[in-house]
Design a protein around this ligand. Structure first.
Ligand code: MIC
Ligand code: SF4
Length: 754
């Protein structure tokens, strides 16, 4: 069962009538996003008009996908929900725990050994609850989903922020925390604030060095890491139709970096070609039958300003290749301006490593285009100056590009093929010498480049670009090289130029694979045992969080006032900590260790108000917990940006932090906090952030009358006897207030079952 055609037939049977029903209440015409969203309302939610950006709505997604680093927590929660099997088709993908060191085969076998306990756990839970299991080596979740499960007009949630990748095939695919996945697998509706809509009109056609990646690099520069928050980005226009399905996937994938709820393209000939190319012509035929429902209405695309909250237009014919970075994915540089930026900012011009692949950019098209440059390097006697690695997105892609000779070409250029896994993209990279913390530059075709992410070195300047640009710059070994205009000196001392990359959207001989790495679950899983050793340091069964005590919260300490960017990588670092993703107590030892303390500009050093000494954040919080004292965390804008990992919410909850008060939140993180029974609050007046002092003792009032739309009051008692009262806003609706009262959303599911 590579995909569930029966389920898709059911969805397609309902789409036309549901969209027609939506037209009656919402009116005409409709965007594609509205069509798919309205087609997935729960019965109770149907036939109403929802206000964008305000109304919470209940949806019924068609699928759930989980990757190993987040699936552990999602499934530990699901095991408590009291269900015998999942209510919607679901899959687990083992991709995040494989460390890149030597090369694909060695690294994979080492990972299987090191992570055996976790893989066995995930395999047996999957087997028991009817979840499809993709073994380590099968590939990265989003690429495997695109190849096997994504379908136009469908709705999926996934426990990973790059789940929107499937938007390239016309699916509404949204990244969530494990608790949300747990609800949907338990057969409950999934709640989302009805998004705002951003329309991106693409005109013209890509050519030469420019590729789909450059569209999202450009969009990230326009919208910034916050600009897509609360919105779905819908791409349309002749330019959109000219892009390959996997190119569209790249754009939707990296839409996570602008905070968008998801991104989507309509169904078109390229989608049909990709479905057929990946062995799913039956789905293409079904989609053709309802094609008008799988794209926005023509009136919308003719006058987008009237129907979208914001419209951006990009002419693909004029778009330059871009390089974004360092340290943030929205610092966008057209290649013609990049060399000057490198010099002006004093970034290391020498390029140490170029890395291609990842869930963002590892399609057949990407690899074939990058290989065309590698081949030129060989033919033109250019010796690649930087190290160069390739992470294929799936075994199917790897097998096919190996068959077609591309991996040999990379080999000739000195490239190293890594396992089909996340690897360096998530800090699973045993990079030689990184511990020396030297200033250096790398460039990747990935999506994120926050400090320390790839190799743990805060001085690694990571840039993001297309695989083509990464390859060209790796050949040159220098960031100031512009392949569109510059020449390189080859081993014979001649000046040579790299010609434009060339590739194929789909393999002419079709895809092939020997063992894709899929394991189907048992027909009847009731007898399957799931074992978690009580002595394990990697897995730990969950205990319920305590319910709210029914009173306002008084006398809490300030744990940290975080300054500037505080992504989920700062709150719950990945890399070496990934091994504890199934053990809440152990992983809590990384809580906020990357956040910068506003009072001393240091990381992992906060004042313990009980002793007056400075200590590590987790240890300080454990001291408050042991003393029975609650605490709060204060933060800046877009707090919790980045990943879907709910550990960033569960760790503070577990260690006794009661509230997170910030200038603004990233969507997934805010929901994760709510689900775990935390208070996620925002400053009504953002400049109140400046009032908070290091030795503050804090009260939160208004909880006994906690209600939607009603602010809470947070009082900061300063050491000098004065105090400040801060108005704290929140976005809790009634149901979410019940999660807070019960101690977590899961506690409510358990109660309902008992
Ligand atoms: C990431 O790219 O940051 C990750 C690792 O894929 C995360 C998920 C995780 O933290 O496990 C994501 O993006 O959601
Ligand atoms: Fe894996 Fe990187 Fe993609 Fe996240 S962004 S799923 S870590 S390849």
């Amino acid at each position: 069962m590579a995909f569930d055609i029966e389920m898709i037939k059911e969805v397609y049977a309902q789409i036309p009538s549901r969209i027609e029903a939506a037209r009656k209440v919402v009116g005409n015409p409709l965007t594609l996003t509205e069509k798919i969203l309205y087609a997935h309302l729960t019965e109770g939610a149907a036939s109403q008009v929802y206000k964008r950006g305000t109304s919470y709505v209940d949806f019924q997604p068609d699928r759930v996908a989980m990757q190993d680093a987040t699936a552990q927590m999602a499934l530990l929660q699901f095991m408590q929900a009291g269900r015998s099997q999942v209510a919607v088709p679901s899959t687990v993908h083992c991709d995040h725990l494989i460390q890149a060191e030597i090369g694909a085969n060695q690294d994979l076998s080492k990972a299987k050994d090191k992570n055996k306990e976790v893989y066995d756990f995930l395999a047996s839970v999957s087997n028991k609850y009817a979840i499809g299991f993709w073994k380590p080596g099968a590939g990265i979740i989003h690429q495997v989903v695109l190849e096997n499960y994504a379908f136009p007009g469908g709705m999926m949630i996934g426990t990973d922020s790059h789940t929107p990748n499937a938007g390239g095939l016309g699916m509404i695919a949204i990244g969530v925390g494990g608790a949300d996945a747990c609800d949907v697998m338990a057969g409950l509706p999934w709640e989302l604030k009805f998004p705002k809509l951003i329309g991106v009109k693409l005109t013209g056609k890509l050519s030469g060095w420019t590729s789909a990646k450059d569209v999202i690099l450009k969009v990230a520069g326009i919208l910034t890491v916050k600009g897509g928050t609360g919105a779905i980005v819908e791409y349309f226009g002749e330019g959109a139709r000219s892009l390959s399905a996997t190119g569209k996937g790249t754009i939707c994938n990296m839409g996570a970096e602008i905070g968008a709820t998801t991104s989507i393209f309509g169904y078109d000939e390229k989608s049909a070609a990709y479905l057929s190319g990946t062995g799913r012509s039956d789905i293409a035929a079904l989609a053709d039958g309802i094609a008008a429902h799988l794209t926005g209405d023509p009136e919308v695309y003719a006058n987008p300003e009237q129907y979208f909250d914001q419209v951006i237009e990009i002419n693909l014919s004029e778009l330059e290749p871009h390089v974004n970075g360092p340290f943030t994915p929205d610092l966008a540089w057209p290649i013609s301006k990049f060399a000057a930026a490198v010099k002006e900012n004093g970034w290391p011009a020498k390029l140490d490593v170029g890395l291609i692949g990842s869930c963002t950019n590892s399609s057949y098209e990407d690899i074939s285009r990058a290989a065309s440059l590698a081949q030129q390097a060989v033919d033109k006697k250019l010796v690649a100056k930087s190290e160069y690695t390739i992470t294929p997105g799936s075994e199917q892609v790897r097998f096919t590009v190996a068959r077609d000779g591309f991996l040999d070409t990379f080999d000739k250029m000195g490239g190293v093929v890594l396992a089909n896994a996340c690897g360096p993209c998530i800090g699973q990279w045993a990079r030689h010498g990184a511990e020396k913390q030297e200033k250096n530059s790398i460039i990747t075709s990935f999506n994120r480049n926050f400090a320390k992410r790839a190799d743990g070195n805060p001085n690694t300047h990571a840039f993001v670009a297309s695989p083509e640009i990464v390859t060209a710059l790796a050949i040159a070994g220098n960031l100031t090289f512009n392949p569109l205009t510059d020449t390189l000196t080859n081993s014979e001392g001649n000046q040579v130029r790299l010609e434009e990359p060339r590739g194929l959207e789909l393999p002419t001989k079709g895809f092939s694979v020997e063992d894709a790495g899929y394991q189907a679950p048992a027909e009847d899983g009731s007898k399957v045992q799931v074992l978690v050793a009580p002595t394990s340091d990697r897995l730990q069964l969950l205990e319920s969080f305590a319910a709210w005590e029914g009173m306002d919260l008084k006398g809490m300490k300030l744990l940290i006032k975080a300054k500037g960017k505080c992504t989920t990588d700062h709150i719950s670092m990945a890399g070496p900590w990934l091994k504890y993703r199934g053990h809440l107590d152990n992983i809590s030892n990384n809580m906020l260790i990357g956040a910068v303390n506003a009072f001393n500009d240091s990381t992992n050093s906060v004042k313990n108000q009980l002793t007056g000494e400075y200590g590590e954040v987790p240890a300080t919080q454990r001291a408050y917990k042991a003393a029975g004292i609650g605490s709060i965390v204060v933060g800046d804008e877009n707090y919790g940006e980045g990943s879907s990992r709910e550990h960033a919410a569960m760790e503070p909850r577990f260690l006794g932090v009661r509230a997170i008060l910030v200038k603004s939140f990233a969507r997934i993180h805010e929901t994760n906090l709510k689900k775990q029974g935390m208070l996620a609050l925002t400053f009504a007046n953002p400049s109140d952030y400046d009032l908070i002092q290091e030795n503050d003792v804090i009260d939160i009032n208004g909880l006994t009358t906690f209600a939607p739309g009603k602010s809470l009051e947070v009082i900061f008692h300063h050491a000098d006897g004065t105090s400040h009262t801060v108005v704290a806003n929140h976005t809790y609706n009634e149901g979410q207030i019940e999660w807070f009262k019960a101690g977590s959303a899961l506690n409510l599911i358990k109660e309902a079952k008992a």
